[in-house]
Design a protein around this ligand. Structure first.
Ligand code: NCD
Length: 358
């Protein structure tokens, strides 16, 4: 088994994603969760079925008591130095469901980074007190770097990437896949479906991770509708093309609505603008889903959004049964519970647990 402590950071950086993935396992099991390329189809199906199992167990008080007894002696650190509502709260809820106490740093103004401490030393400090570090950072690749740093200390702990720069957001993509699995359960699953991504696809890390995960499914078509400066990165298209995935890239959104099985809307990520106001100069008015579009959608299509939204989905779409974004965010709590339980080897106990009649 390759181990991160046996390779220099420089040599590790030279590896491609597929060669890196085995370094993030421990005894054949998932340990660090850093990017989407780590997940194959079997892993996605397994995680989805574990999340569903947890969801059913959690419906009763005795079930909740069972779940809360799974990890009471492990502690989790939430290190979120970028704003977050759903990812932070659903991770914290996931820990609470499993009985795991949590600590957090949400602003470096309140931690010793303010005094000039490096992120390396901060994360090493967290690993002294906690058994899992869940981190969000505006720095792309930081979670991966921290996984390597900790592997070379005497207290390595698993790291979960809860959003890194403009790069990846693997756990969001996992909950998005879970939402699609559930939505298409009675329609042959995700295989063969057409997923249309809309909005800021250049800087939307959730789209980048989700596109990579969807490459695990047969016969899918991924369609990317965005203004040219915000179009999906060539690196992602290369990954998709190498996997033989049909891709459709263009500027027009409306003409792509009627063929979609899922429409994945995103917000303009203007916090990344090189100069303030750059995004405002791009015409994004045609990348909004409004009530008038609903009649043109397939009857059983679904509408997703990683949230937060601004005006790209008008609120009168929320009442439509195809609007799946509220369920999608709740799925985040279940999939993160499943991930954490799996990392600490409690997946078997969950599968073996008998669900009593309510
Ligand atoms: C996304 C993110 O932070 O990348 N939010 C989330 O985690 N659900 C999307 C966004 O901020 O637009």
């Amino acid at each position: 088994m390759p181990d991160l402590k046996d390779i220099s950071w420089e040599d590790f950086q030279k590896l491609d994603a597929a060669s890196k993935a085995p370094y993030f396992l421990r005894e054949g099991h998932l340990y660090h969760v850093l990017y989407a390329q780590q997940f194959g189809r079997a892993g996605l199906e397994e995680l989805g079925s574990l999340a569903t199992r947890i969801r059913f167990i959690a419906k009763s008080d005795p079930g909740m008591a069972f779940l809360r007894g799974l990890l009471p002696f492990k502690r989790a650190m939430l290190y979120f130095t970028q704003p977050s509502t759903r990812t932070f709260l659903s991770f914290r809820s996931a820990c609470q469901i499993l009985g795991m106490p949590c600590g957090d740093v949400r602003d470096t103004a309140t931690s010793s980074e303010f005094k000039g401490e490096s992120q390396e030393d901060s994360v090493r400090t967290f690993s002294s007190y906690f058994d899992l570090i869940i981190m969000r950072s505006e720095i792309g690749g930081l979670a991966e770097r921290m996984a390597w740093v900790l592997s070379n200390t005497d207290r390595p702990v698993p790291i979960m990437n809860a959003g890194s720069g403009k790069d990846q957001h693997p756990t969001q993509a996992l909950l998005d896949v879970y939402t699609l699995q559930r939505s298409f359960e009675e329609r042959g699953g995700i295989d063969g479906k057409r997923i249309v991504f809309v909005g800021d696809l250049a800087r939307g890390r959730t789209v980048r991770s989700l596109a990579v995960l969807l490459a695990n499914y047969d016969g899918v078509t991924l369609s990317f509708a965005a203004p040219r400066p915000l179009q999906i990165g060539g690196d992602i298209l290369e990954i998709l093309q190498a996997r033989g995935i049909a891709c459709d890239v263009g500027e027009d959104f409306e003409s792509r609505i009627s063929g979609a099985d899922a429409i994945y809307m995103t917000r303009i990520q203007d916090e990344w603008d090189a100069r303030k106001g750059d995004s405002a100069r791009i015409d994004t008015s045609r990348y909004r889903l409004e009530a008038r579009h609903l009649a043109g959608m397939k009857k059983d299509a679904v509408i997703l959004h990683p949230m937060p939204r601004r005006d790209e989905i008008s609120t009168d779409v929320d009442r439509d049964p195809r609007a799946m974004y509220w369920r999608q965010m709740r799925n985040g709590m279940w999939i993160r519970t499943a991930l954490i339980a799996g990392i600490f080897g409690r997946d078997r106990d969950i599968h073996d647990h008998e669900i009593e009649d309510r």
